[in-house]
Design a protein around this ligand. Structure first.
Ligand code: NI
Ligand code: MN
Length: 232
């Protein structure tokens, strides 16, 4: 399994069965993305919420690759009306896509589709838990503030192995909250995201890693540069 980060919250997860799962494909307007939209392929695209820095290039990618788009109900309705192949879901639900289980979980954020001219509610923002065919579980938190169900739902029920957590502050948790989230979620590994894309969310990931190490020695923070991969 391979997890490649393109900066911000955009990840490509390639499973051992070669299923390509693209999450929050913010590429063409992403100042730190090392790849172009044209270079990317996906079988499935997961969208955590409607903000343009997450929805990103979803339509262009889905158009070209025929990827299935998994999102909340409201974004799914918007896309299906335009002919995209979609799978809409909501909090607490799980769907099977090939051999992967995808669960939508809460996030503490908003979700309006801010790139549209007309007002569009965009439903609720979300995170995803992916259970791969080998049993490994990856949690992509989306944009979120810290919330107590990271302990009582995310950890207690799903117990993810790898957590992709925002640390940028201002629009999401900052490093202090994300270090407490690390204790509550208690994964094996954390890959920090949603930082250093723009000046407003500049953070030092090494300082975050130190904070996590002090409070929970069992959690390893894996710091990626945009374009780098974590592999296992
Ligand atoms: Ni957002
Ligand atoms: Mn965001």
């Amino acid at each position: 399994m391979n997890i490649t980060w393109f900066g911000h919250s955009a990840f490509l997860i390639t499973t051992n069965e070669n299923l390509r799962i693209l999450i929050d494909p913010f590429i063409s307007n992403n100042p730190v993305s090392p790849v172009t939209v044209e270079e990317l392929y996906a079988d499935v695209i997961l969208v955590t919420h409607g903000h343009q820095d997450h929805f990103g290039d979803t339509m262009e990618l889905a158009n070209r690759t025929g990827a299935l788009v998994v999102s909340n109900h409201e974004i799914s309705v918007y896309l299906s009306k335009q002919g995209f192949e979609t799978l809409g879901m909501n909090m607490g639900g799980t769907v099977n896509v090939q051999d992967i289980k995808i669960t939508m979980v809460n996030s503490l954020h908003s979700s309006d589709m801010d790139f549209l001219e007309e007002v569009n509610a965009g439903g609720s923002s979300a995170g995803f838990i992916l259970e791969l065919e080998n049993g490994r579980k990856i949690y992509h938190a989306g944009d979120t503030g810290i919330f107590s169900d990271m302990r009582y739902v995310i950890n207690h029920i799903y117990n993810p192995d790898i957590a992709l957590l925002p640390i940028g502050d201002r629009y999401t948790m900052g490093p202090v909250e994300a270090a407490i989230a690390a204790e509550w979620i208690n994964p094996e590994k954390i890959i920090p995201m949603h930082y250093n894309t723009f000046p407003a969310i500049e953070q030092n990931a090494l300082e975050y890693s130190d904070m996590v190490r002090k409070s929970n020695r069992d959690v390893e923070v894996v710091i990626l540069e945009p374009g780098e991969s974590y592999q296992e």
